[in-house]
Design a protein around this ligand. Structure first.
Ligand code: NI
Length: 185
């Protein structure tokens, strides 16, 4: 199975509204899902939406790694989930800033305000409908991937641009702050 080419910010495929999947269990969908999972794992990503691999359909894959799970209810570590034709409800007006990156915007991250609790519906890889409540990182990654299906990239949601930066610089700044905190402890 091939690793797919990931579209980078600036490519128009990332900016449109993706179309509903008409036959979730069609052979070409099964192939696309398998290739997207392989591509996400190869790129060490937490999620990947079909428009990011130049397929403008309403489908994404994601995983909640043990290192990302916050341990709150609705945020258990999980293997790969497949979500087709999703609908999303934000369950609170509260917005919590969360660090986000994107495989289409390599090397960068920022704080993005997200709802800490969501409910979403969709079809799984077998075409079976499901409804899930999610919180923490799980809720965060689903909001991010759902945005991709509507042509929204995370920088469009950033409110604190002082947080927008390169991964290495942010990691360095965090380490320096930690060192200062240790020195004064
Ligand atoms: Ni993304």
């Amino acid at each position: 199975m091939p690793i797919l080419k990931i579209a980078r910010m600036g490519h128009p495929v990332l900016l449109g509204r993706a179309a509903e999947v008409t036959d979730p269990t069609a052979p070409e969908m099964r192939r696309l899902i398998a290739d997207m999972i392989e591509t996400m794992v190869d790129a060490d990503g937490a999620g990947l939406a079909a428009p990011q691999v130049h397929v403008p359909l309403r489908m994404f894959v994601f995983r909640v790694g043990a290192e990302r799970s916050t341990g709150v209810a609705g945020d258990a570590p999980s293997g790969v989930s497949v979500v087709i034709n999703p609908e999303l409800d934000l369950l609170t007006d509260e917005r919590v800033p969360c660090w986000e990156g994107c495989l289409s915007i390599p090397g960068l991250r920022a704080l993005v305000p997200r709802s800490p609790r969501i409910r979403y519906r969709g079809l799984d890889a077998e075409g079976a409908p499901f409804t899930r409540d999610a919180a923490g990182f799980h809720a965060n990654v689903v909001q991010h991937e759902y945005d991709h299906l509507n042509g929204v990239l995370y920088p469009m949601r950033v409110t604190d641009f002082a947080s927008f930066g390169f991964n290495e610089e942010i990691a360095r700044a965090v380490a320096a702050r930690q060192e200062r905190a240790d020195a004064t402890a």
